[in-house]
Design a protein. Structure first.
Length: 619
């Protein structure tokens, strides 16, 4: 998937003023000097007349956005690569204490600069951009004092231990220069590992270590990485896709250099990480990963809930909401069981659907082919629900094997400049536990009309500042993707009762997350209680549910955004239908949701209400 939030920074007030001066010159249209060495009279007259205050404030605002974006690219070269910016492809992020402190100081300075902008002079779009810019800075600063929480960088389904391989997979290899940058990154990795080890030790000293079940998954992932041959290593896999314009002999030489760096630097660094995790870190791991058991954990969980839902909902409110949705879906699942002619109980039904050979593909490649077929069928139906579609293409590919057969599917967005397509990453390695009846709803979520349609549309909104085009809010992005699953009925999906069951099971997974995430971190649920609850209502494979529960434990609050976001979108659609009646146009409503990029849910609601009011006023 894209980064969870934008980390915006600038260098200094002086650099900002220089950038602002240059931008003003460009915006004012100052012409070059005439051959005689003096500017024209018209130019002098134009210079003598100051810009209206509204334009001056708009220039100040966009100068701040531009400078913050440029600084973010320098500070976070990994993120720059994901956006398609190649300038820093030979570097990794600096995670030293000094860099971290400087980043928070810069966030405070940027917030002060943003607050000094006269909001009342801005256009509607610029006011929204300013509000979102401040929202992101305030959210980042909210987590500054939660040091121990921020040091939990190793998760059950990914984290620091898998991030480097994922970054390399997103890095270009279409020229010798690009490959040389990748080799430089490989050589820089040991230093980055040492920085992360220092951060993990600090977290351990503060009493913040992930639970044992999570760290055992981390070790399994590291063992796959360290046990692979050089040619099969996830760190060298991108080099298999070098551009054909690079001469074969040169490709061979570059691969040989990469193998040497891998053997001498990358793998020893990854072994040091593994040795630390398997040693004192694992010995310090608690059996229970509830945040309520960590020092200051209750405050950390409230902050995580706020971040991932973009609402003021409390854990108790979310828990109750989840129980309501679980009960609703229980009723719908019972109806589908009847359509399938099942007379036994839910547990026996779930076991049958998970073990009947007719619902499984014979290989990972067959699974991928089926995903691609579903995606193409959906593509042809999209114009019925959307007034405009993004230009960026997407593909379906297998995720790296080191993720393991239990890892969840995910999406990577396209580059802002269009140089890289979007990708639905499917778990081909886990084909034996991926039933065909779950594929349609998954494609609708991860590809179209879910993550790809929304993310690619956002990248192409050229009138918005870059930080908005690449922004991400879990409740909006995952809420949209989950809502997209419900559009499958209008796209010709779920025609068979088995596929309808697959859709409801996916919805139930997100509903039970509301109960289980809050149950674990706020109400003292054990890991086993959470697993049993999800199995009782969702009928998923036990190994998958165990992986999911460990995910919620190591990524608190993130899983709450899906259902909360979907329910808000459905609420807004129902509101628009009720108020507009025959004037309601689903194709235009969807563009209202998509055409300002990712938004916090309260901002999205105001936008829809404004649209309803405008539509109601039309003759």
């Amino acid at each position: 998937m894209t980064p969870s939030r934008i980390r915006t920074r600038s260098d200094s007030i002086r650099r900002l003023c220089v950038s602002l001066t240059l931008l003003c010159l460009v915006a004012c249209g100052t012409p070059p000097a005439e051959p005689g060495g003096s500017a024209s009279a018209a130019a002098r007259t134009a210079q003598a007349q100051p810009l209206p205050p509204s334009q001056q404030e708009a220039q100040r605002l966009h100068a701040l956005f531009d400078q913050a974006w440029e600084d973010a690219m320098r500070r976070h070269p990994s993120w720059a690569t994901y956006t398609g910016d190649r300038r820093y492809g030979d570097r990794l992020d600096d995670a030293s204490p000094e860099a971290e402190a400087a980043a928070y100081d810069q966030a405070r300075r940027q917030r002060a600069q943003a607050l000094a902008i006269r909001r009342e002079l801005l256009s509607d779009t610029d006011r929204s951009s300013l509000d979102l810019f401040l929202h992101q800075l305030n959210e980042e600063l909210l987590f500054e004092p939660l040091v121990g929480f921020r040091r939990m960088s190793l998760g059950a389904t990914g984290g620091f231990h898998t991030d480097f391989a994922s970054l390399l997979l997103a890095s270009p290899v279409d020229s010798v220069v690009a490959v040389e940058q990748m080799l430089a990154r490989l050589a820089a990795y040991p230093q980055r590992v040492e920085q992360e080890l220092a951060r993990l030790r600090q977290g351990q000293a503060l009493g913040w270590v992930p639970p044992r079940a999570v760290l055992e998954r981390v070790l399994a992932s590291l063992d796959v990485q360290l046990g692979s041959s050089a040619d099969a290593s996830p760190f060298l896999a991108p080099l298999n896709a070098m551009d054909s314009q690079i001469a074969p002999q040169q490709q061979a030489a570059l691969r040989q250099r990469a193998r040497q760096i891998l053997a001498d630097q990358v793998l020893p660094a990854q072994r040091r990480l593994r040795d630390f995790v398997a040693g004192s870190y694992l010995r310090a791991a608690p059996n229970d990963g509830a945040l309520s058991n960590y020092p200051g954990g209750a405050a950390a969980y409230l902050a995580a809930v706020r971040r991932h839902t973009t609402t003021a909902l409390t854990p108790a409110q979310i828990h109750a909401l989840g129980e309501r949705e679980v009960a609703r879906l229980d009723g719908q699942i019972a109806q589908v069981m009847a359509k399938l002619g099942w007379t036994g109980d839910f547990a026996s039904f779930a076991h049958h659907m998970l073990t009947d050979p007719r619902y499984f593909h014979p290989s990972g490649q067959a699974l991928l082919a089926s995903y691609r077929d579903i995606a193409k069928r959906i593509d042809a139906e999209l114009p019925r629900l959307f007034a405009e579609l993004p230009r960026a293409p997407y593909g379906v590919r297998a995720m790296p094997d080191h993720a393991g057969p239990d890892a969840s599917e995910y999406y990577n967005g396209p580059a802002l400049d269009g140089s890289r397509a979007g990708w639905f990453n499917a778990n081909a390695l886990g084909y034996k536990s991926r039933p065909s009846w779950g594929q349609e709803t998954l494609v609708a979520h991860e590809a179209v009309p879910g993550h790809h349609l929304q993310t690619a549309r956002a990248t192409e909104l050229g009138d918005l500042p870059k930080f908005r085009r690449s922004a991400w809010y879990v409740a909006y992005g995952e809420g949209w993707a989950l809502y997209s699953e419900t559009l499958g009925f209008e796209l010709g999906l779920y025609q068979e009762p088995a596929s309808h069951w697959g859709h409801l099971q996916a919805q139930m997974l997100r509903a039970t997350r509301l109960v289980v995430d809050t149950g674990i971190h706020a109400f003292g649920w054990s890991r086993q209680r959470a697993i049993d609850y999800m199995l009782a209502h969702g009928g998923e494979d036990r190994r998958y549910i165990e992986s999911e529960v460990d995910r919620y434990t190591s990524w608190p609050g993130q899983a709450l955004g899906y259902m909360i976001g979907q329910l808000k979108i459905i609420e807004l659609r129902d509101r628009a239908k009720a108020r507009l009646g025959p004037r309601f146009d689903i194709r235009r409503f969807h563009m209202v949701l998509l055409d300002q990029g990712a938004l916090p849910l309260p901002v999205l609601e105001r936008r829809v209400d404004d649209w309803i009011a405008a539509e109601s006023g039309k003759v």
